[in-house]
Design a protein around this ligand. Structure first.
Ligand code: FMN
Length: 186
């Protein structure tokens, strides 16, 4: 079970990371988990070049290249994002843009997410759904949202947050087993 966990907040140990860690804690012990902290990386969003139209891959040489390889390696991708101005963080959005050339490369990978925030989070959810569905990924999880009431911490005020994040990990595991281990028909 090859899992790529994408930590999409600039804050490595913030609310979103706590949610993502809770989701990851539900994967089986033998799962291979790669963690990527977008805040540690130097990269841009999509640029003006359109080179990928002829090369078939993104030619921007920066830290995102390794993440793109990791996305291709993974069978299951889980993204954690804070809601920032009613959408995913700019770190997550730039990553999304950089996958524009990946026509079909993410097809049938299992995808899930956890989100933190409180207000206007609907469009954050929508962006994550659109990203995964447009790549023809298999969207799973439990729609885990952690309501954060203060900028620093606050997740503990939402008693359902960690429970829902764990439910996301459980559901993604269940989907993996149905697809890769034929569990539905056993
Ligand atoms: C630039 C910026 C914009 C934000 N915009 C929103 C927003 O639109 N809606 C919301 O609910 N929270 C918003 N927040 C709050 C964060 O989503 C919230 O504090 C989140 O839990 C932070 O996650 P982290 O601890 O992983 O960084 C914003 C925070 C920042 C820094």
């Amino acid at each position: 079970m090859k899992i790529l966990a994408i930590y999409g907040s600039a804050r490595k140990n913030g609310n979103t990371a706590q949610m993502l860690d809770a989701a990851l804690s539900e994967f089986p012990a033998e799962a291979e988990i790669k963690k990527v902290y977008l805040g540690d990386l130097k990269y841009s969003g999509c640029g003006p070049c359109r080179e990928c139209k002829t090369t078939g891959y993104c030619v921007i040489e920066d830290d995102m290249q390794q993440v793109l390889k990791d996305m291709i390696w993974a069978e299951l991708i889980i993204i954690g994002s804070p809601s920032q101005f009613s959408d995913v963080s700019s770190e997550v959005k730039m990553l999304m843009e950089r996958t524009w050339w990946m026509k079909g490369a993410l097809r049938n990978k299992i995808g899930g997410y956890v989100i933190t925030g409180r207000r206007y989070i609907e469009s954050t959810i929508n962006t994550l759904h659109a990203f995964m569905l447009r790549h023809r990924m298999i969207l799973g999880g439990s729609g885990a949202l952690g309501y954060t009431f203060t900028e620093m911490g606050g997740l503990e005020n939402d008693p359902l947050a960690i429970r829902d994040a764990r439910a996301t990990g459980k559901r993604l595991t269940e989907l993996y087993q149905i697809i890769y281990e034929n569990k539905l028909n056993q």
